[in-house]
Design a protein around this ligand. Sequence first.
Ligand code: FES
Length: 225
Amino acid sequence: MSNYHVQPIDRPQALTTEALKSLREHPVQGMSRRRLLRISLGGGIALWLTELAGGSLHFLWPNLSGGFGDQHFRIGTLDDVKIANSTLPVAAGFPAYFSEARAFIVLIDPARQAFVPGEDVKGDGTELNVRALYQRCPHLGCKPNACLKNFWLECPCHGSRYDRLGVKAAGDKYGPAPRSMDRFAVTVEADGTLYLNTSKITLGPLPVALGQPGIIPPKSPTGCI
Ligand code: FES
């Protein structure tokens, strides 16, 4: 042990009255550390709030960007849909994907090879023989893929499965989505041209147990995921 004690060379000195007066009259130029911190923190919070607001608006009103969101989004006739998806069995009721509309277009009854003129604001589409499904999986928003093996729509993220008309199969085995895929309002004009109202979305119904009416069984016991 030692009682050796080092004296600091420069003890801080109290400011003299003259120095304080001079500081008041001629404040230090530039930005203080406190001000810089406040500005950075404020900027960060503003940016976060902007992103949050943008994300919420996009979720609630997906019609705010570009072509998607049109109240009259032209898809075309059934023949146009077949031509645009010539490698897929659209005529047999396989879902055709239209990325600009963020939608799957599905012929409901393949025995009737045409869209039927009329309007369906709820998007069920039975009368018009066509259903337009919003591409967002109702679980967490991934895009399901249509599977050629079973004609179902399968979500690659957590495995939710829907029949070709977007009806969710009930049961944990078929994934965690709480409801069927959402639907766009549709209009078919007199010449058979299909239009979607992508600003009008109806939530999909509750899942249906396989074997019950209201869900189309898969074409094969195994799927694509
Ligand atoms: Fe589709 Fe989770 S996002 S199952």
